[in-house]
Design a binder for this molecule. Sequence first.
Ligand code: TZP
Ligand code: MG
Length: 219
Amino acid sequence: MTIYTSEKIKELLKVYFIMGSNNSSLAPDYVLEEALKGGITVFQFREKGSDALEGEAKFQLAKRMQKLCNHYNVPFLVNDDIELAIALDADGVHIGQEDENAIKVREWIGNKVLGVSAHSIEEIKLAMEAGADYIGIGPIYATSTKKDAKEVQGTSLIEKVKQLNLRIPIVGIGGITIDNAYPVIKAGADGVAIISEISMADNPYEQTKRLKKVVTDQE
Ligand code: TZP
Ligand code: MG
């Protein structure tokens, strides 16, 4: 497992911001810094989809974003690209079911944070056995950010995890906005993972602050 306790991971998941260079019309470094100032609790570098950067350009952007996160003392995670995470000595990685096997990834990354996306109780249990630190559940609502997203599932799987008393931190993802974040937390998620609600905002700083208020006011 990681250097973080489960309680610490739950804290980190509260306002979980994800982005890559193609998620905003504004400069990605600017958007991230505004989100950091606004109070995001963890960041995931997710450079994929149309027009995504590759090679050296991807590496340099990741490096700059990691530096910003370090400055604001916010953990920096990498989506899918384990080699990049290791090359940068990132704080952790997030993988889906289509990516490298979670058991292998856990061996590979040692005690870095491991997040796994899962869509059923069975997938969640397997991820837990593999040593995942948290589970991403979604899409909760309709999203146009991830083209190959699975069917919208609402908060039902989050509720099931709670009913079964599975002891793993969870974060909801997909179509989450300031207006619909509350039910995700109420269903039992420890936090919300967001791309466009922050990355596409005219004022990512204010938007992050508003989102954080919705999540933390429920405690
Ligand atoms: N995984 C499931 S939905 C999704 C990902 C990466 C996209 C979330 O983006 P948005 O803009 O917050 O709906
Ligand atoms: Mg993936």
